[in-house]
Design a protein around this ligand. Structure first.
Ligand SMILES: [Cu+2]
Length: 525
């Protein structure tokens, strides 16, 4: 009896332990299975973006996908495939096929600290990884994201991720008005935070109306905010601005400018950091092109350098110099003069596509008046040469050129009747042809001298400017390419240096064929 009792007790104890263990194991399985179920569901993955901010600005793609890119396959200094076109919420997964490479975000070859292998930390100076490494990044905002290899950027190891979609409603719609009417400010999209900024400008044509402030439009909250900074001086009108990175920190750099009723121009360069909301005036590197009375002409960024094409010698005439600003060069050596523009240009729509700078339309100064022209040409900043392109189909000026899905958009502008305009002209470098109000239709309120910019694939913002009656406005308009139709950038892309002993590829890496030669459009005098 005793024995059988003992056996019974042991049996029951064993049974209880077994049940307890099995329950634990099962609940452990359940726990483990939860994240799997979550990661299989498309929506909740994107909780924060690469800056740790809530990624609520976008409509996620219906099904999140992972796109694979090989790093240095077959001993080449390439990212393959390149470029990759994805939708908001998709992930790019890079796998190292060979050793000694990095994936580092930023305009070639300057890190902007948005994302980098192996873990998004210390993107500058950064580190290299070896064969077999896997690094992935989920893109939560639309835009064009350049990246490069730290070790091999100079021989062309660069890549681009085009992220589209994530906005609503489709087409042009009214945005919130600026907190003030504003003219002659510069619009700048800041990729690191996804916001659209206006820098400087003035609120009327009267003396003292210069606006020494920065306004921020947040697509997430759909609101304008005046930043705390006070910009360094009142030469706030008609500046040239662009986003450049130094030591892994991107800032908005602005050059030159004038003040309301003034006839002098400053050579001053300052940078504005939206993260710290502070501005810094450069010393030792004033813009040599200002010469006391000259405003910057067209402007654009290529390879982390700001280019200024032409200018306005105030109430005298247009100018034809091209200047290159490199924020990473030594003090006193940041400016370099390049070849001249083929004709004097000012207030000129200008942008960069695949390493070539394009101008489509420009103002000129004739008979004591600012007039519009169809002057159009290209400039190759690596070869330092001018090229011909088909002339824009209408005269315009006093507006911007924007790079949008591989095309140049010229946004309204001009002052000679029937201008100012609301027309959007699109130049395709692949065909050397212009289209009118397609793929981006005309906006609503015709205007000139207004801040505008784009994320490159999906959104365009514009606000303020002089309306068709010459009166400053505060109205904002937003374009949304909601379809997220995968952008198809022209397939010229990056030069791919092969892994020979001593690579001697072109400095700057990217080479792009110049557009097919066409007869030069007759420049308007
Ligand atoms: Cu490399």
């Amino acid at each position: 009896m005793k024995r059988s009792n003992a056996v019974r007790v042991i049996f029951w104890l064993a049974t209880i332990f077994a049940i307890a263990f099995l329950v634990r194991a099962e609940s452990g399985d359940r726990r483990a299975s939860v994240p799997q179920a979550r990661s299989a569901a498309p929506a909740p993955i994107r909780i924060v973006d690469q800056n740790g901010q809530p990624a609520v600005s976008g409509v996620p793609s219906a099904t999140s996908t992972i796109v694979d890119v090989m790093v240095g396959p077959g001993g080449t200094f390439t990212f393959t495939p390149n470029p990759v076109n994805i939708s908001v919420g998709d992930t790019v997964r890079w796998t190292w096929s060979s050793s000694g490479h990095s994936v580092t975000s930023g305009l070639p070859c300057a890190a902007d600290s948005q994302y980098c292998s192996p873990n998004d930390m210390s993107c500058f100076p950064g580190s290299l990884s070896n064969s077999g490494t896997v690094y992935q990044h989920t893109f939560t905002r639309s835009g064009t994201y350049s990246y490069f290899c730290l070790a091999h950027c100079s021989i062309g190891m660069t890549g681009v991720v085009n992220v589209s979609g994530g906005c609503t409603p489709s087409g042009w719609s009214a945005g919130p008005s600026l907190p003030t009417v504003l003219i002659r400010a510069v619009g700048v999209y800041f990729p690191a935070d996804g916001n659209f900024y206006t820098v400087g400008g003035r609120t009327s044509d009267l003396a003292g109306s210069d606006f020494q402030h920065v306004l921020r439009y947040s697509p997430t909250s759909n609101t304008w905010t005046q930043m705390g900074v006070t910009l360094p001086d009142n030469f706030m009108n008609n500046m040239a601005c662009g986003v450049l990175a130094v030591s892994g920190t991107p800032s908005i750099y602005c050059v030159g400018g004038s003040f309301a009723t003034g006839t002098t121009a400053t050579p001053r360069v300052f940078s504005y950091n939206p993260v710290t909301d502070t501005s810094t005036t450069l010393t030792g590197d004033d813009w040599p092109g200002a010469m006391g009375t000259i405003l910057p002409g067209g402007f654009t960024v290529f390879n982390n350098k700001l280019y200024i094409l032409g200018g306005f010698n105030i109430n005298v005439g247009s100018t034809n110099q091209i200047w290159q600003f490199d924020p990473t060069a030594a003090v006193g050596a940041k400016w370099l003069q390049r070849t001249n523009t083929p004709v004097g240009i000012m207030y000129a729509p200008t942008c960069t596509i695949n390493g070539i700078i394009y101008v489509g339309g420009a103002s000129d100064f004739q008979g004591g008046l600012v007039v519009d022209t169809t002057n159009s040409f290209s400039f190759n900043p690596v070869a330092n040469t001018i090229g011909s392109i088909t002339a824009i189909p209408r005269a315009t000026g006093e507006t911007r050129g924007l790079t949008f899905n591989g095309k140049m958009l010229v946004m309204g502008g001009g002052r000679v009747a029937p201008n100012p305009s609301n027309e959007v002209d699109a130049y395709d470098p692949g065909t050397n042809m212009w289209t009118v109000n397609t793929p981006v239709p005309a906006f609503v309120t015709a205007r000139r001298n207004f801040p505008t910019d784009t994320d490159g694939t999906t959104r365009i913002w514009l606000a303020g400017g002089y309306d068709s009656t010459g009166v400053p406005t505060a109205l904002m308009e937003i374009f949304c390419n909601a379809g997220g139709a995968s952008p198809t950038p022209t397939a010229t892309a990056t030069a791919t240096a092969t892994a020979t002993a001593t690579p001697t590829a072109t400095p700057g890496g990217r080479t792009t064929p110049t557009p097919r030669p066409r007869p030069t459009p007759a420049p308007r005098p």
